[in-house]
Design a protein around this ligand. Sequence first.
Ligand SMILES: [Fe+2]
Ligand SMILES: [Fe+2]
Length: 168
Amino acid sequence: MPEPKSTANENDISRDRLAELLNEDLSREYQAIIAYVVYSQVLSGAQYMDIAAQLEIHAKQELDHALIISRQIDYLGAMPVVTPKPVRTSKNAKDMLRFDLENENDTIRNYRDRIRQCEALGEFAMAEQIRQILMQEQDHQIDLATALGVDVPDTSGGPKSRKLGKRR
Ligand SMILES: [Fe+2]
Ligand SMILES: [Fe+2]
């Protein structure tokens, strides 16, 4: 029977490929650390005081994630990368929060895939570690969406949800 050319095959990966994908996750974690360090300090205005304090907490959590992901990459016999994905900047508070939200959405989609891939490889403990990270990323997403006054984006449901940049 012909397999649909999507998730089933994407989840069927080697340990080397998993390490490569985790290195991309690590680059995203570095990006998040940098963005939250900077944005938490430069966000100004009374209406952003709460979220600025939350972003400081996010920064520290992203560092924890980077450590956990690096450990998994090392365990798979690969070398953790040292380069962040590019960090966008803006003088505008809403832009900064929007960039963060977009990055969190992307991170969440990736970790959902990663959990399935870990499980397909029988790496159940690794899947569990990533689940713990995913829970915090979803909290970050909610904090940012709330600060922006938008609905939490729907990133559920695997590859189809990749198309969801906007609401229907
Ligand atoms: Fe993270
Ligand atoms: Fe995050």
